[in-house]
Design a protein around this ligand. Structure first.
Ligand SMILES: Nc1ncnc2c1ncn2[C@@H]1O[C@H](COP(=O)(O)OP(=O)(O)OP(=O)(O)O)[C@@H](O)[C@H]1O
Ligand SMILES: [Mg+2]
Length: 421
């Protein structure tokens, strides 16, 4: 890149809306984080936007704080998409090479990927990602990156990821109302994987598990390729609700009990340990058992990991991922969660912290910033067309026309082109 540029990421989550403003400084490898903000969210349930006005307002607040900190106005940003039913479809594209000398150009690759997304979509679905798995050039198969090779006919086997149209529309409307143009939409688990997983982990086999407030999303990689991804409608907010119901406290008190006294392993907590409710909230009274709180937490988190295990079984990878599972999201910060996950999944477990960024990192060095950190890294990847992170030969996300309330996903547009001076 010949010029410095700014990339912003906005993660619309069930519990929090987070923003990072990052600067790419010429000659520096890592993006510099120059603005960070996180605001509690309203208007989103289990990752699904239910009130566009509320979301637009909070996106505005989240962006404002990050703008103040960075000193740069945010006019456009990369957003995550989550919370909706994801569907995968395999598809193919075929084109004739454009240049007379038969050399495969960037344009040919864009065209063949464009062809692969010409599929029959259900009425309520939009394409959010098209991932090229492999290319075929005439008789040569299993090509990862055909750029510069010579031939006549180029084919691609692609994976198309679809999300719900209403979610895409609602993100578009909220962004539009907040006055921010959408550069790109990235599926939450893929964004989180971008800031967390190493090339080696993706090569060996790994599952990223993002435990948010209303959802748990996962992405499974092997041999550098995305094998599977899904978003489950249950998250760490359900743990809080279970505590509120089990102990008959308010949700606010239950959240504080969870954060201050919680553990994912009941066997680890002394049965005689008590929590004085009056210490948490003067309107509450009585002493509750810390062991009982841990039992409630353990039961719900065990259920979440069992659902993840079911997904791994579905793709034949249960217990078979050498790099194990990496936990991120606010839920991954629960005391002893790694031990519980290890018991249920039978895999080595790590807690993931975003990597690959420089600048002001004190807030960002946190598992719950995995998604938003991944969004700016995604932008950097698209901008510089680095092909290191995904282990995939080509990823193209689709642009949303943010000005249109129809919010339809329109066309392939390599984000990097937009940033070129
Ligand atoms: N230190 C902590 N210990 C345990 N849980 C925590 C901690 N910090 C945050 N959490 C929990 O993490 C959850 C929020 O996680 P996160 O911010 O990743 O969610 P989100 O991205 O807003 O939601 P989603 O991705 O599901 O839409 C809340 O349920 C919160 O209670
Ligand atoms: Mg999230």
């Amino acid at each position: 890149m010949s010029k410095d540029f700014i990339i912003a990421g906005i993660d619309i989550g069930s519990s929090n809306i987070r923003t990072i403003v990052a600067q790419q400084v010429k000659g520096e490898e890592n993006l510099r984080v120059i603005g960070v903000n996180s605001v509690a969210s309203v208007g989103i349930r289990r990752g699904v936007i239910i009130d566009v006005e509320d979301i637009a307002k909070i996106v505005g607040e989240a962006v404002e704080g990050a703008e103040r900190m960075s000193g740069f106005p945010v006019k456009h940003a990369i957003f995550n998409i989550g919370g909706s039913e994801i569907e995968f479809a395999n598809s193919k594209g075929v084109i004739a090479i454009g240049r007379a000398d038969g050399e495969v150009s960037e344009d040919d690759i864009n065209r063949v990927i464009g062809e692969s997304q010409m599929i029959q979509l259900p009425a309520n679905k939009e394409i959010v990602h098209v991932i090229a798995r492999k290319y075929r050039l005439d008789d040569q198969d299993n090509i990862k990156d055909p750029l510069g090779m010579k031939g006549v006919r180029l084919e691609v086997d692609a994976l198309v990821i679809e999300s719900s149209s209403s979610q895409v529309k609602n993100i578009s409307k909220a962004a539009y109302q907040a006055g921010i143009e959408i550069d790109d939409l990235v599926l939450e688990p893929l964004a989180a994987a971008k800031s967390i997983l190493t090339k080696k982990q993706k090569e060996l086999g790994v599952v990223l598990i993002n435990i948010g407030g209303g959802t748990t999303s996962l992405a499974v990689y092997e041999e550098g390729e995305l094998l599977h991804s899904t978003i489950l409608p249950v998250g760490a907010g359900h743990v809080t609700n279970d505590i509120a119901i089990g102990l008959r406290t308010s949700v606010e008190v239950a959240e504080r009990i969870k954060l201050e006294y919680g553990s994912a392993l009941a066997s680890d907590v002394d049965k005689n340990d008590g929590i004085d409710l009056a210490q948490i909230d003067s309107r509450e009274e009585g002493v509750i058992s810390r062991h009982h709180v841990a039992e409630i937490i353990e039961a719900r988190l065990e259920e979440i990991f069992a659902l993840v295990q079911k997904e791994l079984k579905l793709i034949g990878k249960s217990g078979l991922l050498p790099s194990g599972a990496v936990l991120v999201g606010g839920g991954a910060k629960m005391t002893r969660i790694a031990e519980l996950a290890k018991d249920v999944l039978g895999l080595p477990i790590q807690i993931g912290f975003p990597a690959g960024l420089g600048g002001i990192l004190d807030k960002v060095d946190d598992p719950s910033f995995a998604t938003v950190a991944g969004l700016v890294l995604w932008g950097q990847y698209q901008t510089e067309e680095k092909k290191d992170g995904f282990g995939l030969s080509k990823i193209k996300a689709f642009e949303v026309f943010s000005g249109s309330t129809e919010g339809t996903v329109e066309k392939i547009k390599g984000l990097f082109k937009k940033f070129l001076p």
